[in-house]
Every structure is written in structure tokens, then in C-alpha cells.
Design a protein around this ligand. Structure first.
Ligand SMILES: NC(=O)c1ccc[n+]([C@@H]2O[C@H](COP(=O)([O-])OP(=O)(O)OC[C@H]3O[C@@H](n4cnc5c(N)ncnc54)[C@H](O)[C@@H]3O)[C@@H](O)[C@H]2O)c1
Length: 334
């Protein structure tokens, strides 16, 4: 059983991390929680888990196999490195950190400690993302030349408590706080390293550091051009919700399309010379797939092979290279 200590008892911890760890029983158990905010620490439904106001104290007391880091991205690096230095495995929330430099420090710390550093790119486990990977691996697309992703939603509305949380996330990464999952998909499917990244953003009068609406063009040195249009601005300033997710993979021998508007059922479709196939996709919450990642970490801690769905520090670092360059360019061109 993997004994986990959670650092950060905020929105995501309450909505997804704690339910995911509980659902991973008996492979994992939440045995301790830490938060610098006394109210959040008191409120989290962590049952008999011990509570700490400082993650260093939680680590020092012992009895842990792994730490789950669910604080804001600008604190991930120090907490992760403290846990690794104590010989613990780590799951770090995305974005892995707020700089390429910190991500590099974290991957080096994991290598030095010989511990697993997983990054929670849990959407790799979504059925349509796995299915696309299978079709590509089976060769139905021939050579993949282009990946186009549009991921537009409201990033939760701009008002109230959730609006304050949205500002915290957008100040650290803009719409790419969530768009980073999609940048990771391209590498999950095709491998390679990012190059030639360029971007433009729109701010919609929001008082945030990074663009809540961004268009990024980049390239993987494994041969694909990638466009990622990501938005937290799409219906963010009105009461009704709207969602528009369009994904297209273009290969020399076939194409894949996935469309989702959360109104009609979503389908992922392959069209190729040898095979045309359509799968209906059931919407997946964060917690369901995160449970799989936690079970995979429990296996990895016992020395079992790490599946490609479990993103590692190197994947978090690659995604940060994409995000950092795109946000830098969008800000410079504002
Ligand atoms: N994987 C996903 O799909 C997904 C979804 C949502 C959020 N997230 C990520 O989860 C992370 C947390 O987001 P959130 O919405 O819960 O933020 P939040 O602001 O609601 O909560 C952050 C919590 O961390 C605590 N904290 C800050 N510094 C700390 C420290 N040094 N030690 C201990 N606790 C500390 C805060 O007091 C707060 O309780 C972010 O990186 C975010 O991008 C990931």
C-alpha cells in the first residue's frame, strides 16, 4: 500500500485529488495532509489523516511513501525537491512548475534520489486520447504530419471565489494552465522535443499576467506541426456555459477527428484507407483517471514498469518549455 501525504488542500485537492486517492484503496491511502492555510487544512475531508501546517514537518515525521503536490505551480519545485530528498516518490500537479529552470531542478532531484517523479497529466488516460494513440501506433495514419487542437471553455467564471482562484492560475500560466495537458498529448502520441514555438494572446480586459486566450504554433522534432488554441475566455464573462473542443490529427494515410461541445455526445473518428472507425466517448472526470495514475505509481514504487500514460518529470519539463515560450511571446506582443 502506498502511503501518501498531500500538500495543498485547495480547490483541486477537494474536487479531485482526495477522491482519487480514496478510490485507489487498497493500493493507496491518504495518511497525512499539509496546507499553510489553516482554514483549508481544517476543511479538507481527509478522515483520520494527520494534519500539518508545514509540509517539511509532515515529511520529517515519516511514515510516508509518496507526496502528492497540489499547491499552486510556483511552489511545486521546492516542495517536490524536499520530498524527493527525503526518499519519497512524488506526484506533482501540472503545470510542473513556473520555469524551465525549476522543472530541470526537479528532474535532477528525482534522478539523484532514484525516486519516481510523476506529473499529473491525467488526461493521457482519457479513452479518446488512448484510442488516438492506439490508431497512431497501429500505423493507420501513416506518417503524422500535423496536430491541431482547439480547447475553448470558460476556465470557470471570473466572479466570486472561483474567480479569485481562476486569477491565481491565470497569473501563473494563462489559458495554458489547462492547455498544457493538450500540449502534452502531442508528445504523448508522437514523442520528440518542442522547437519553433510562436504565439499570440488576447486578454479580454482581464487583469491577469498571462493570456486567458492564446493561439500557439509549434513543431516537434519528431516531424509534426502543432497548433494549440486554448481559452479560458470562452463564455467566461457571461452566465451560461459553453464548450468547444476540436482535435484533428493529420497523417499521410489517414486522419483523426474528435469534437466535443458537451451538448451532443462526443465522438472520436478515424478515417483511413484500410479502416474507418467511430467511437462514442463518455465524459471522464478528473478523479477517475487520477485514480489510475495513483495505482500506477503504487506499482512503480514496487518496481513494476511505468506505463507511458504516467507522465514523468521529463514530460512536465517538455510541456513547460512549450508554455514558457508561448506565454513569453504572447506577453511581448500584447
Ligand atoms: N490536473 C488537472 O487537471 C488540474 C485541475 C485543476 C487544478 N490543477 C492544478 O492543481 C494545482 C492547485 O490548484 P487549485 O485550484 O487547487 O489551487 P488553490 O489556490 O485552490 O489551492 C492551492 C492550495 O495550496 C495551498 N498552499 C499554497 N502554498 C502552499 C505551501 N507552500 N504549502 C502547503 N500548502 C500551500 C493554499 O493554501 C491552497 O489551499 C495547480 O497547479 C493547478 O494548476 C490541476
Amino acid at each position: 500500500m502506498l502511503r501518501i501525504g498531500l500538500v495543498g488542500c485547495g480547490t483541486h485537492a477537494n474536487w479531485a485529488v482526495v477522491p482519487a486517492i480514496k478510490a485507489a484503496a487498497p493500493r493507496a491511502a491518504l495518511v497525512a495532509v499539509a496546507d499553510v492555510n489553516a482554514q483549508n487544512l481544517a476543511k479538507i475531508e481527509a478522515g483520520p489523516a494527520k494534519r500539518y501546517s508545514d509540509h517539511r514537518q509532515m515529511i520529517a515525521v515519516g511514515g510516508l511513501d509518496a507526496v502528492y503536490v497540489a499547491t499552486l505551480a510556483n511552489t511545486h519545485a521546492d516542495i517536490t525537491c524536499d520530498a524527493l530528498a527525503a526518499g519519497l516518490h512524488v506526484v506533482c500537479e501540472k503545470p510542473m512548475a513556473t520555469s524551465v529552470e525549476d522543472c530541470t531542478r526537479m528532474t535532477q532531484a528525482a534522478a539523484k534520489a532514484r525516486r519516481v517523479l510523476a506529473v499529473n497529466f491525467e488526461t493521457r488516460y482519457h479513452a479518446e486520447i488512448l484510442q488516438i494513440r492506439r490508431w497512431i501506433d497501429e500505423g493507420h495514419l501513416g506518417r503524422v504530419e500535423a496536430i491541431h487542437i482547439q480547447d475553448f471553455w470558460d476556465g470557470h467564471k471570473v466572479w466570486g471565489e472561483i474567480g479569485a482562484r481562476r486569477k491565481r492560475l491565470t497569473d501563473l500560466a494563462g489559458a495554458l494552465d489547462c492547455g498544457i495537458h493538450k500540449a502534452d498529448w502531442a508528445r504523448y502520441w508522437c514523442g520528440g522535443s518542442w522547437k519553433n514555438i510562436t504565439a499570440l494572446g488576447r486578454w479580454f480586459d482581464e487583469d491577469v499576467r498571462f493570456a486567458p486566450h492564446i493561439g500557439v504554433l509549434g513543431e516537434l522534432d519528431s516531424g509534426q506541426m502543432v497548433t494549440l488554441n486554448a481559452s479560458f475566455a470562452y463564455s467566461a464573462y457571461i452566465k451560461p456555459h459553453a464548450y468547444s473542443h476540436v482535435l484533428t490529427v493529420v497523417g499521410s494515410q489517414g486522419v483523426i477527428n474528435h469534437f466535443e461541445d458537451r451538448v451532443a455526445p462526443s465522438v472520436v473518428r478515424l478515417t483511413s484507407e484500410a479502416l474507418t472507425a467511430t467511437h462514442e466517448v463518455t465524459a471522464t472526470g478528473h478523479a477517475d483517471v487520477m485514480t489510475k495514475l495513483i495505482r500506477d505509481l503504487a506499482d512503480a514504487a514496487e518496481g513494476k514498469p511505468i506505463p507511458r500514460e504516467m507522465a514523468r518529470g521529463e514530460d512536465g519539463l517538455a510541456a513547460q518549455i512549450f508554455v514558457e515560450e508561448a506565454n513569453k511571446q504572447a506577453v511581448a506582443r500584447r
